[in-house]
Design a protein around this ligand. Structure first.
Ligand SMILES: Cc1cc2nc3c(=O)[nH]c(=O)nc-3n(C[C@H](O)[C@H](O)[C@H](O)COP(=O)(O)OP(=O)(O)OC[C@H]3O[C@@H](n4cnc5c(N)ncnc54)[C@H](O)[C@@H]3O)c2cc1C
Length: 189
């Protein structure tokens, strides 16, 4: 039986940030063995050399690159304790599929602003986030009879809990509301 005040033999499986920090913490009181199936430590946290199209090589960090103090209090405390140096940065994300058929970018815009494209969206869609709310504004090329019409979407997503998201979209044409859609998304365990 586990008794916190006694020294135990503890096995920690995996050397990602979860395993390595647990192993470090537990090793202050217990006899810890860290098991890792790969030949390197760090899990997702790694730096890989990739070849660019011009033939040059560059190092790309994968996983666990940025953190912020409000949401990572324990990691921040661990960095302070271990005197790990950190420095301010920003984070952006962009993807382009099939030479621009589908694109998404989260940089070069105001804070909490996003821009994306999709096949049935006319021009870019503009997104904004605030707290648990996210809003996309875009014009959709909506199939209608044998043709299509352009309608405007005011698309809101509200994260209600970790597992439930409410999506409410208002569709307008020439300023008139032509439809409203309300959807709930739930995440399975
Ligand atoms: C490209 C990318 C960028 C990211 N950027 C950020 C970021 O900037 N900020 C952020 O907070 N998060 C980021 N994340 C997410 C973050 O990297 C992960 O959430 C975090 O690294 C997960 O850590 P972990 O210890 O839980 O798991 P992992 O890092 O996956 O570690 C699990 C370890 O367990 C080992 N393992 C699995 N099974 C066994 C077994 N049977 N026996 C022995 N060993 C085993 C694996 O080999 C691995 O080393 C990013 C993720 C990716 C992919």
């Amino acid at each position: 039986m586990f008794q916190a005040n006694q020294k135990h033999k503890v096995a920690v499986i995996g050397s990602g940030i979860s395993g390595i920090s647990s192993a470090w913490f537990l090793s202050q009181k217990h006899d810890v063995t860290l098991f890792e199936k790969e030949s390197t430590l760090g899990g997702h946290t790694n730096t890989r050399d990739v070849q660019l199209v011009n033939g040059e090589k560059t190092a790309v960090d994968t996983g666990f690159i940025v953190y912020n103090e409000p949401n990572y209090p324990l990691l921040t405390a661990m960095f302070d304790h271990l005197k790990v140096a950190t420095y301010p940065t920003n984070m952006s994300f962009a993807v382009s599929v099939d030479q621009g058929r589908l694109e998404y970018a989260g940089s070069n815009l105001a804070e909490n602003s996003y821009k994306g494209t999709a096949g049935d969206v006319v021009g870019p869609a503009y997104g904004k986030s605030a707290g648990a709310a996210f809003n996309w504004q875009y014009t959709l090329d909506l199939p209608y009879k044998n043709s299509s019409i352009h309608v405007k979407f005011d698309d809101w997503m509200f994260l209600q809990t970790d597992k439930v998201m409410l999506n409410k979209a208002k569709v307008t044409k020439w300023g008139f509301t032509v439809g409203e859609v309300t959807l709930f998304f739930t995440k399975d365990d």
